[in-house]
Design a protein around this ligand. Sequence first.
Ligand code: SF4
Length: 492
Amino acid sequence: MPPFSRSELLAARQCECRAWLHLRPRPTSQTATIELPVKGVGGPRPEDIAEVRSLARALHPGGITIAQTGTWEDRANRTRAAMARPEVAAIFDATFVADDVAVRAGILARDGKGWIVAESKVANTVGEAQELDVAAVGWVAAGAGVAVTGLRLLHLDRDYTRGDGPVDPAQLFAQSEVPFVDFGDDRERLLRVAAAGVEPSVTPGAQCSSPRACPFQDHCIPDPGPYSVHLLPGGGRLQQELLKRGISDVRKVPSELRTNPTQQHAIWAITEGKEYIGQGLAPTLGRMAWPLRFVDFEACNPAVPRWPGGRPFEQVPTQWSIHTLSLGGQLSHEQFLHLEDSDPRMAFARSLVSACGNEGTILVYGAFEATIVRQLAARFPELWGDLDQVHDRIVDFQPILRDHYYHPALRGSFSMKAVLAAVCPDLGYGDLAIQDGFTAARVWLRLVDGGTGREERERLKNQLLAYCARDSLAMVKVREALMRRGGISNVG
Ligand code: SF4
């Protein structure tokens, strides 16, 4: 049987059941073959991972890389041979096998008395999960006889600002020391779970989300049912209090805890099984200055700043879509998409100012657009006045809905996708290639990548335009439907 991996060791540390589910595809007669749902967990882009890794390795010029071919033992032997050469100061992808576990160290750097194990992370903060990653590598390396003198994490320094030239790795990374951890008990647990014939019985709890979100939550955590207090919006504190009192049914929430208006509306809607429309909703939507511009932005946030003046993971707006509803009921659409691999912000800001004009209401959904406009104004003093008047006309649709609307189908979420599905179920995102902002950011980076061919660029461009346009159209349609249900004309 091949050795266990680091992720299997860490799964055993987090939860026996997670380890069992993780091991399930292993080719042993003792593991089940049922298909389990695995919740998708978004992670860094492969391109970001490769770039960060390469920049971290640039901190160790002359380091040699262990080829990842052959068996784990082959790679471990190559690593040992490289470590025996005194002129080798750093080894990349150093491989170790000990106590039935195999690991790969991103960076193994020689220091005076031994070796430092280091890992680079595509993140600007690190926590327990990332520390355990490198600690597990250090534990196995020490078990294989390496004198491990330190464990180190490299992550992107959020204060780093790229200059005019190439990225400087010495400035880009922040480094932190990581404590050593003994994984002996976790290894024992892993061996026990691997030998078990049935899935361990584990009650879901804090371990399901810490130190890492478990991908098997859909398997273990039952559907809460239509009256669960877990379906209340923004209910963290309320839910804790209710669960402390043993109350899991929305219909049994005592009156003294029904103080938050949004939760009151939700309790009513869930209990009655129908939507709640507050009397103030339609008048609030109806008293806005015309024309109404429904505005949505998309942005990318590359891990390593791509252009001078950029910072790690900074949100850089790349496109906007504006649906404009005139007083007479006419709907028109304008859009902007930056198509070059260059900083889009100036072109974005200028085109936005021009499209927004200087009158009417700018309706957005959430705080993102107003934040971006503020950042653009701070960045471009010459556009400050224009962007400031755009900012002053922004009205956030989301808190209006929170104050005046609830539908049981929202299941606690006021995201535009949840609201659209509840209010206008015929207009969803199911027909689009891109269905969320996270994907849109990745697609934009692919669109402007020099290696993307013309046809592919055209396809990606159309996908991005369609997605952003749907986001702004969604607001138009939700407003229209709610105005109608509130008995007020959609137009002036
Ligand atoms: S969801 Fe929770 S209980 Fe289930 S495997 Fe994951 S950590 Fe264990």
